[in-house]
Design a binder for this molecule. Structure first.
Ligand code: ADP
Ligand code: MG
Length: 614
């Protein structure tokens, strides 16, 4: 038999590559506009027709191309932006792979007109399905104009995968915002057919934000945004964060690094942490944060669509970012004066010794004695008094990172220091509850004063519900009006596929909308409508870590992550009715004393202790 291996023709190879790079009209727009930015354009005009299906045109006043370059540009791995492998570690341009134009030309009909200022005549290249149809000199303005027509004209399967015009347009706008925000010194216009959608003059960032998002805002963005700025030898960051009162169900959240948009769920958490207690769990703050780091310390190479970026100094930057945001919120007096979380006392994990935990700052004077009784040393709500004998109640020998299954926990808990369920049920006086610092619920019971951490209580309740839904009855799904797209890389998608059945059980609904991308059609009714994409990405990250540890159960990991994200946060004011409801639901849980990861949910100051004080 003769040999059977052969090289694929360019047209086929390029089409395969296009599968990665060009997923929809928005990808074409992104690639073309990024090329214009790289070419030093100061003015970029964009026209789309039929949500980019029939036409995406990008015209720039950048440096243009020579005749040879105009032809070369469509070759795969043809780029003017890097020369050697070393250059990969100091990338300053948006593009560098030299794949985009080859990919676009493989799956669309492309017309390029380009002229350098120094040339008298420009050049026209027409190419479709990787075949060059025309190449000739023409009269044209200096700069570059690309017309990309009839995307996927030769790949019907891909064409069918495209969504409604509205969805495709929203992808286009998403890409457009990402580029326009970080290039505010470049003027843009965007036309949808004949309709002008955006006309953005070159400006500073704040005005650019206003010009892009201003139309739909309740109040001028100028009033909503606080400046953040910090510079260290690892990172310098500038940008704006929204005042907490302007947090929305789904905020505008943008990170950029070295002039490039990035998605970074981990840094997102750093920002959220700074807002802790200031916004509702169902809301998310707006932010536009621009990081500059030494290009050698990041890897932008990990994903072909390049929105994920790996940082060498991720943890340090995390802290710098979180404190920068906190500082700016504090400077403008929006941070409450008592901030328990600063000291993390409530997050004291099971088994951690009390000595390692600093008591939170509060307005209490530890020597204050309201009654002048000499034997009375501390105010009733002194922290040590509440959690001082914490260690007695921890489960010895168990590290905080070990999962505690419900049954395991129940058997080790002595019960002595904790409230019994019957006591709650038979507690007539429990109709009056008191919420302390919008964080702890105090309620009188027969054996003393019961204190409940509202966030932990709710986490336990939701966790049990998720587990029950995964194992027994399917959870209720909330239909999504405008489905968001979850786009993953190959590894994440593979992993995600494994946990989809569990997520479906608790009410999520997904539809495969392309390679590794899922349209989110429904969300568990137990989850607020906060940013679902970030939630899922965060969950994916935490589930992946769990997957590496065979002692940890995946269902529990997913449930815990979702429960913690969706539960009431400290700082959330509760009505008496809501407190009653929370208490009832907590004590209906088999293990109402500890969170699934072993943190104390409730504790009692016994009647005896109280008596001793008087
Ligand atoms: P990359 O951007 O990764 O280099 P592309 O396939 O997007 O790869 O583009 C190939 C090359 O074509 C670029 O490196 C650049 O030299 C040239 N090019 C593309 N678009 C423009 C433009 N608008 N103006 C000038 N040169 C361009
Ligand atoms: Mg490019």
């Amino acid at each position: 038999m003769s040999d059977i291996i052969h090289l694929l023709p360019d047209s086929v190879a390029n089409q395969i590559a296009a599968g990665e790079v060009i997923q929809r009209p928005a990808s074409v727009l992104k690639e073309l506009v990024e090329n214009s930015i790289d070419a030093g354009a100061t003015f970029i005009q964009i026209v789309i027709k039929d949500a980019g299906r029939t036409l995406i045109q990008v015209v720039d006043n950048g440096k243009g191309m020579s005749e040879t370059d105009a032809r070369m540009a469509f070759e795969r791995h043809a780029t003017s932006k890097i020369n050697t492998a070393d250059d990969l570690f100091s990338i300053r341009t948006m593009g560098f792979r030299g794949e985009a134009l080859a990919s676009i030309a493989a799956v669309a009909q492309v017309e390029l007109r380009t002229r350098r200022t120094e040339d008298e005549l420009g050049i026209l290249v027409e190419i479709a399905g990787t075949r060059v149809f025309k190449q000739e000199t023409v009269q044209c303005d200096s700069g570059t104009s690309f017309q990309v027509k009839n995307l996927f004209f030769n790949v019907p399967a891909r064409r069918r995968f495209l969504k409604s015009d509205n969805v495709e347009k929203s992808h286009i706008f998403t890409e457009f915002y990402r580029i326009a925000l970080v290039n505010s010194n470049v003027a843009f216009t965007l036309f949808d057919g004949d309709e002008e959608i955006f006309q953005l003059p070159a400006s500073n960032i704040k005005i650019r934000i206003e010009n892009i998002f201003g139309k739909n805002a309740k109040k001028r963005w100028q009033q909503q945004l606080l400046t953040i700025e910090t510079s260290t030898n690892l990172v310098s960051l500038v940008g704006y964060v929204g005042k907490p009162e302007y947090a929305q169900k789904s905020g505008s959240q943008y990170f950029f690094v070295n002039g490039r948009y990035m998605r970074h769920p981990y840094f997102h958490k750093a920002v959220l942490l700074a807002y802790n207690q200031m916004i509702q769990a169902s809301e998310s703050p707006n932010y536009f944060i621009f990081l500059e780091v030494d290009p050698q310390t990041i890897d932008i190479n990990i994903h072909p669509t390049k929105t994920e970026i790996k940082f060498e100094n991720e943890q340090a930057i995390w802290s710098i970012l979180s404190s920068a945001v906190k500082e700016s919120l504090g400077k403008f007096n929006v941070v409450p004066s008592i901030d328990f979380d600063q000291n993390g006392s409530f997050e004291m994990p099971l088994g951690m010794s009390v000595e390692n935990v600093r008591p939170p700052q509060s307005n209490f004077n530890p020597n204050y004695n309201p009654f002048g009784t000499t034997g009375y040393k501390r105010p009733a709500l002194d922290w040590e008094e509440l959690y001082g004998d914490f260690e007695k109640k921890t489960i010895h020998g168990k590290s905080s990172s070990t999962w505690q299954s419900n049954s395991e926990l129940s058997t080790i808990i002595t019960g002595e220091a904790f409230v019994q369920q019957q006591e709650i049920e038979h507690n007539e006086s429990r109709t009056e509850n008191f919420q302390y610092k919008n964080r702890l619920i105090f309620t009188g019971i027969k054996s003393g004063l019961l204190m409940i951490d509202q966030h932990r209580a709710h986490t336990r309740i939701l966790f049990d519900q998720f587990i029950n839904q995964m194992e027994n009855s399917k959870g209720i799904s909330q239909q999504v009006l405008f489905p968001e797209e979850l786009e993953l890389n190959d590894d994440d998608a593979l992993f995600f596929e494994q946990i989809i059945p569990d997520l479906k059980q608790i009410g999520f609904e997904f539809e495969l909308s392309g390679k590794n991308s899922y349209s989110i059609k429904g969300v568990s009714a137990l989850i607020g409508s906060s940013s679902v994409i970030d939630l899922l990405l965060g969950m994916l990250d935490s589930a992946k870590t769990t997957a590496l540890d065979p002692t940890k159960a995946m269902k529990e990991s997913i449930s815990l992550f979702l429960a913690e994200s969706a539960s009431l946060k400290a700082g959330q004011r509760l009505t008496n009715e809501e407190m009653c409801d929370l208490i009832d639901r907590l004590f209906a849980c088999a293990n109402h004393n500890f969170t699934p990861d072993g943190k104390i949910i409730n504790t009692i100051i016994t009647q005896e202790e109280i008596e001793k004080r008087f």
